[in-house]
Design a protein around this ligand. Structure first.
Ligand code: NAD
Ligand code: UD1
Length: 311
């Protein structure tokens, strides 16, 4: 596919989804957004609301999806219960959204003759396996309902590709950061929390000794991975890591953010968070090979852009 003419973005009022909507509009795609605004915000779409078709609705509603999928070349499935603790608290509800809702998206897309569905998966599927970097072929070890649900999505995507002739690409995002990431929950991404703390000149909490590390990927690179996945010539079903292949410790992260904000606040160290993994790092070579994905934002540049947005 050279150009995406019509796309549906589920979860398009969220952090990643709304950045994806912007990029699709920039390339002239006609965009429909389905979002129930449970964790997303209409303010994320205010600036483009006249240019898109926004539907407040739920991916658990198959009829709505069947209707919206009509005429689309690609569906980007971003909608989910994204809080891991919430999936632990309520595995049934989260499975209804993450498992059945995603199945609805695949089914509606297939029935409407959509060419391809690009799905948001997660590096959570690797669990706490200490092997690094995470290669997309290594054994998975889901340890939470969230991770099981994401893995189930990948398996269902494979089934829809092999049995129902629907092309699917599942992207295992690593730790995504950037403008519009909501810092309001204690389970929000650490970068959004640290940005808020630095700007308010408050002490951040570092769980553990801060030497744990993550592969933080800037949201615009994740958006680009989605566009490439939609357009690249690929086999009928793909599962790809989307990170950067580099990592940074939580201590260094706070140091960088406090430098940006011009503050010198010592963090408060607390016990490691239960269930935390120590390190995470993506091997992105398959994504490079299959969809020509190459992250273009150096970590410091992404952090600077993110800081400007929070400020
Ligand atoms: P987000 O909460 O900002 O976006 C999720 C969106 O889905 C929200 O707008 C929410 O309102 C919507 N939504 C939730 N349930 C819905 C439902 N039943 N019907 C319709 N819409 C619904 O979170 P995000 O970080 O932008 O996450 C986007 C996707 O990326 C999710 O699938 C998430 O699991 C995945 N992911 C994110 C990260 C990360 O670091 N942010 C990492 C791995 C995977
Ligand atoms: C992320 C995902 C999670 C997924 C997991 C898979 C987010 C928000 N969470 O969790 O969905 O299951 O990857 O590997 O993207 N930290 C602090 N202080 C804070 C907040 C966090 O020290 O105020 C630390 C955490 O203890 C952790 C690190 O920062 O060691 C990153 O935390 P977080 O942003 O929540 O992401 P993950 O734990 O990697």
């Amino acid at each position: 596919m050279t150009k995406i003419k019509n796309a549906l973005v589920t979860g398009g009022a969220g952090f990643i989804g709304s950045n994806l909507v912007d990029a699709l509009l920039e390339q002239g795609t006609h965009v429909k957004v389905l979002d129930n605004l449970s964790t997303g915000h209409i303010r994320n779409l205010d600036h483009v609301i006249a240019d898109i078709q926004f539907i407040e609705g739920d991916i658990r509603d198959l009829a709505t999806l069947e209707n919206l999928a009509q005429g689309c070349d690609v569906v980007f499935q971003q909608a989910a219960v994204v809080s891991v603790p919430l999936t632990v608290e309520d595995p049934i509800f989260s499975a209804q959204v993450n498992d059945i809702g995603t199945l609805n998206v695949l089914d509606a897309a297939q029935k409407a003759n959509v060419k391809r569905v690009v799905l948001a998966s997660s590096c959570a599927v690797y669990g706490d396996d200490p092997a690094l970097p995470k290669t997309d072929g290594m054994p998975i070890k889901p340890q939470t309902p969230y991770a099981i649900q994401k893995y189930t999505n990948e398996l269902n995507a494979g089934i829809y590709a092999s049995l129902y002739n629907l092309e699917t690409v599942c992207l295992r995002y690593f730790n995504v950061f950037g403008p519009r990431q909501d810092p309001s929950s204690p389970y929000s991404g650490v970068i959004s929390i640290f940005m808020n703390k630095a700007l308010n000149k408050e002490k951040p909490v570092i769980f553990g000794d801060g030497t744990q590390f993550r592969d933080f990927v800037f949201v615009k690179d994740v958006v680009n991975a989605n566009l490439l996945s939609a357009m690249a010539k690929t086999p009928e079903n793909q599962v790809l890591n989307i990170g950067t292949g580099h990592s940074i410790t939580v201590n260094d992260l706070w140091a960088s953010i406090s430098t940006l904000a011009g503050c010198s606040i010592e963090p408060q160290y607390e016990l490691p968070r239960a269930g935390d993994i120590f390190g995470s790092l993506a091997d992105i070579s398959r994504a490079q090979e299959m969809i020509n994905y190459n992250p273009t934002y150096a970590f410091d540049d992404g952090l600077q852009l993110t800081y400007e947005w929070y400020r």
